[in-house]
Design a protein around this ligand. Structure first.
Ligand SMILES: Cc1cc2nc3c(=O)[nH]c(=O)nc-3n(C[C@H](O)[C@H](O)[C@H](O)COP(=O)(O)OP(=O)(O)OC[C@H]3O[C@@H](n4cnc5c(N)ncnc54)[C@H](O)[C@@H]3O)c2cc1C
Length: 467
């Protein structure tokens, strides 16, 4: 294919803002811009909106290919759902899902949910429990040095707490390694607790007492998380351009010209501003012409985004020995399992499996075992099934299996991550009208991405008012 340039149609007097990337970040940025009366066009490379967020119904099964839960923990998330008319469709995770399991010596042990269960739990030894009790008496860490999550947690709570509580949770959130992740970048609230209150336990209690109201809920929707990008896409109508990957962005005086693939041709259009809402690797690949400092974005290629495979399996209820009375199970690296963890999907949100069946979603790979996420389907399914047999007492064959691979899944906020944020800020400062956001600088969870969308829209509006 040899793309040719088609003539540019005459621009309307008020040029819209272009948003590149139709994942949650880009769709939210566009939605907020429209709410503020700013015309906007979203370019999405793929044939459906939502980026890594998608839900698939197959008969009575409902599976998520990427994220499974949205943490409704900020006014931005609640306001977005209300604004989209989705608030009444939100479904909180089932009460059973408050229980979370971690593997210890090959067995599932419930994570303590109260002070009393902390003392009676088999998850930590008495020595480790004593270490946790001494946390309020420990001094702050060394100022001016960026610590890894592992260094921070070992210093404050001890090595066993790191191995059996923090390590599996880091696998569950980032598919990452606490020894590489930066505590201030990956878990800024945790770092702030020590900075502001000296102790995580005392600071946590103070914050809990000070903040009235609910602490946030894990939610989804009857047709899965994809209801969110689908509703955002509907609100954009024809201004969401699917299957139109942007090939280059060129600064042209006060305007921006975008070259995008339209069928087999490269078409060009002019915009007043450009918002890039891309994963770090996609942003590093985007050609930015006549943009000072743009070469500095090549550094984003250094952000690790390890592969993850999401393996969905459905079983007859009687073929699974475990009661599946929880959110799911996570595996600490020291246990040397071949999965990062499994969600009890049909417990978490009822209505995801036919009557008499259960649905399990297992994550494989990450920083810990990237090679396992690249195994062929047969090897991957066999490995997951044997892990589920060992951990959950699964006996029979699955009645449904689906594999979704993410070759570059979640950005790792490692020690030194600030340099990536600085590279983004340098490009923006040198090129008014260009805005960068999403997982390269705003955080990786869906609620971070929703916040990022709002931040980007506000930055555009502020800049346009100032101009
Ligand atoms: C397996 C997995 C499980 C997860 N689980 C959870 C969870 O349970 N809860 C949670 O909160 N978070 C979870 N996350 C994280 C969260 O889902 C993501 O960080 C978030 O969805 C990223 O959204 P985004 O819009 O920033 O990026 P993306 O979803 O990556 O969207 C970027 C979009 O840009 C498009 N694009 C790329 N290049 C171009 C181009 N040149 N032109 C036009 N379009 C382009 C892509 O096609 C894509 O649609 C999970 C992530 C993964 C991978």
């Amino acid at each position: 294919m040899n793309p040719t340039i088609t003539p540019v149609p005459p621009s309307p007097p008020s040029r819209p803002v272009a948003v590149i990337g139709g994942g949650i970040t880009g769709l939210c940025a566009a939605w907020h811009l429209r709410q503020r009366g700013v015309p906007v066009v979203v370019f999405e490379a793929r044939g459906n909106p939502g980026g890594v967020t998608d839900s698939v119904r197959e008969g009575d099964w409902l599976l998520e290919t990427g994220p499974n839960t949205l943490f409704e923990n900020s006014p931005e998330v609640t306001a977005l759902l209300a604004g989209l008319g989705l608030y009444d469709r939100r479904r909180e995770a089932a009460p059973d899902a408050n229980k979370r399991y971690v593997v210890r010596r090959g067995k599932l042990v419930a994570l303590p949910g109260s002070a009393l269960s902390f003392f009676t739990s088999r998850l930590l030894s008495w020595r480790a429990k004593l270490g946790v009790l001494l946390e309020p008496f420990r001094r702050r860490g060394p100022a001016g040095r960026e610590e890894s999550v592992a260094e921070f947690v070992t210093r404050r709570l001890g090595p066993e707490f790191l191995d059996y509580i923090v390590n599996p949770f880091v696998a569950g959130i980032y598919a990452g390694d606490p020894a590489s992740l930066s505590v201030s970048q990956a878990f800024p609230k945790l770092a702030a607790l020590e900075r502001e209150h000296r102790s995580l336990i005392l600071g946590g209690l103070k914050r809990r007492n000070a903040s009235a109201g609910p602490r946030g809920s894990m939610i989804s929707f009857p047709d899965g998380l994809a209801e969110l990008p689908r509703a955002l896409a509907r609100s954009l109508g024809d201004d969401l351009r699917l299957n139109q990957p942007v090939r280059y962005v060129r600064r042209d005086g006060p305007h921006w010209r975008l070259g995008y693939l339209a069928g087999e041709r490269i078409a060009e259009e002019e915009f007043s501003a450009v918002v890039c809402a891309l994963s770090p690797d996609a942003l590093a690949r985007l050609v930015l012409e006549n943009v000072p400092e743009a070469a500095g974005l090549a550094v984003l290629r250094e952000i690790p985004q390890p592969p993850v495979a999401s393996v969905f399996m459905g079983f007859r209820r009687e073929d699974v020995g475990h009661p599946l009375d929880g959110f799911g199970v996570l595996t600490p690296a020291v246990e040397q399992r071949r999965i990062l963890g499994t969600l009890f999907s049909s417990t978490l949100f009822p209505g995801r499996a036919p009557a008499g069946h259960v649905a399990l979603t297992t994550f494989v790979g990450g920083v810990r075992q990237p090679e396992l996420a690249r195994a062929d389907d047969a090897a991957l399914l066999e490995s997951v099934q044997s892990e589920l047999a060992f951990l959950l007492g699964v006996r029979g064959q699955p009645v449904i299996t689906r594999v979704q691979r993410w070759p570059r899944a979640i950005a790792q906020y490692e020690v030194g991550f600030q340099r990536f944020k600085d590279a983004c800020a340098a490009v923006e400062a040198a090129s008014p009208g260009l805005f960068l956001g999403g997982t390269c600088r705003d955080g990786v969870s869906l609620s971070h991405c929703i916040g990022a969308g709002k931040r980007l829209a506000e930055a555009v509006v502020t800049a346009q008012i100032a101009a």
